[in-house]
Design a protein around this ligand. Structure first.
Ligand code: PMP
Length: 423
């Protein structure tokens, strides 16, 4: 008994030390030092976009100051240097996701473009009249609309896996929807509106048992957890750099070679070709076949610096710390009369969506902004989720590892004031 107590107090001490190390990272983010409306900024809109550490800002600046040049084309010093730096990022992403090959890493503009690429290129070759595309009821619009357009064009049907009142997928409902008509499953790894972490590894295995490929939308997963695409065994995985401490305008589509190889180009032009005559164009090999035109080179290099940064922090401690923040905030908001949390899944990332009786979420957002607190209000690009829970909008606080319990205290006090002023 005594040994157990000593061990558990040692474990608590270790946890505190690891949390202290995570919290110590806050000073790497210069933007967080500012005041908004005369108050210290409390940035709780991390699911929309994360802040950037100084190393990412410096790497992007350095590219423009010292390396700026177009890639893949030049024989001169600068072009070779920029090409090396940019292609080096592909290798970093390969390792980050544990992909088998560099050629499976395609630079895109972000999650949205990655999904569109798969829907337009792969979708158009495999989906026909009477077929089905399966998504879930908690998808972001970017994982709904491209499939809807595809289905309309092909005379196919968009089927939707329902979610329960906690905002979770019931695997029995999912299983029933996997049929010989299903041509692809497109599923979010973590919901931006509810915070739900889906059991994607199981869901991929279930789809594969029917021979159905799976695309995972990792926009909200990569910033919070270790993602291993080979362990998940997914066919496609997409994410945006800007939600994972990197710049805007750049992201990644991972795809397994077998599928990418067989897919037609999505966009065409320079860089995606081997040779062009007026009679015929021979396309380039992977990954370049899907990378037409000059990419966001500076952004890509910034993403590389963000990946180096992520690799240096301990992702497991980070996830535990964020979980602690979420639990603390969840306990705190439970004391606010009339407040209802939307999204109470058992497995959740650090997203707290809520409504308060009789108060419009936009009014909550405005009052919090007066206090220097940035949260998101609206439908979070997931209108079907709002419809499922019968609300027009929610207020959403989303945490990153640089946030603190002290900030949550400020947020909770402001929410109490919102009630006093508006209820
Ligand atoms: N999917 C999810 C789950 C998201 O949260 C977002 C961004 N809110 C997107 C897709 C779209 O990402 P982006 O706007 O960076 O393309």
């Amino acid at each position: 008994m005594h040994t157990t107590t000593v061990q558990s107090s040692q474990a608590n001490q270790d946890l505190l030390e690891r949390f202290e190390a995570v919290r110590g990272c806050r000073h790497h983010f210069p933007l967080l030092r500012q005041r908004v409306n005369g108050k210290p900024l409390v940035y709780f809109d991390n699911a929309a976009t994360s802040q950037k550490p100084q190393v990412v800002i410096d790497a992007t600046l350095r590219y423009y100051e010292e390396e700026n040049s177009n890639i893949h084309r030049g024989v001169h010093y600068l072009s070779e240097r920029a090409t090396q730096a940019y292609e080096g990022v592909r290798v970093k992403v390969q390792h980050l996701l544990n992909a088998a090959h560099q050629r499976e890493i395609i630079f895109v503009r972000g999650t949205t473009e990655g999904i569109n690429l798969v829907a337009y290129s792969y979708g158009r070759t495999i989906v026909g009249a009477g077929d089905e595309v399966l998504i879930s009821a908690m998808e972001h619009h970017s994982n709904i609309v491209p499939w809807q357009i595809l289905c309309e064009e092909k005379g196919a049907k968009l089927r939707v896996i329902p979610i329960n009142d906690r905002g979770e997928i019931e695997l029995a409902d999912y299983e029933k929807l996997l049929t010989s008509r299903t041509k692809i499953v497109a599923l979010t790894h973590v919901s931006n509106a509810l915070g739900t972490i889906n059991p994607v590894k199981t869901m991929v295995a279930m789809a594969h048992a029917h021979g159905i490929p799976v695309l995972l939308d990792g926009a909200q997963a990569v910033p919070h957890m270790k993602v291993d695409v080979r362990d998940l065994d997914c066919d496609f995985y997409v994410f945006s750099a800007h939600k994972a401490f990197g710049p805007t305008g750049v992201g990644i589509l991972y795809g397994v070679t077998k599928l990418l190889d067989a897919m037609p180009p999505y966009q065409s032009g320079g860089d995606m070709i081997k040779s062009v005559t007026f009679e015929k164009t021979i396309y380039n090999d992977l990954p370049y076949k899907f990378e037409a035109g000059t990419p966001n080179i500076g952004g890509g290099i910034g993403m590389g610096a963000a990946i180096d940064y992520i690799n240096e922090i301990d992702l497991a401690s980070l996830a535990e710390y964020e979980h602690e923040l979420l639990a603390y905030a969840t306990r705190g908001v439970a004391e606010i009369p009339g407040l209802r949390i939307i999204g109470t899944a058992r497995e959740k990332a650090s997203v707290l969506s809520f409504v308060i009786d009789g108060i419009h979420p936009h009014d909550i957002g405005t009052i919090l902004d007066d206090e220097g607190i940035a949260i998101r209000t609206g439908h979070h690009c997931a209108q079907p989720v709002m419809q499922r829970f019968g609300v027009p909008a929610t207020a959403r606080a989303s945490f990153a590892f640089y946030n603190t319990k002290e900030e949550i205290d400020v947020f909770l006090a402001a929410l109490h004031r919102v009630r006093e002023v508006l209820a």
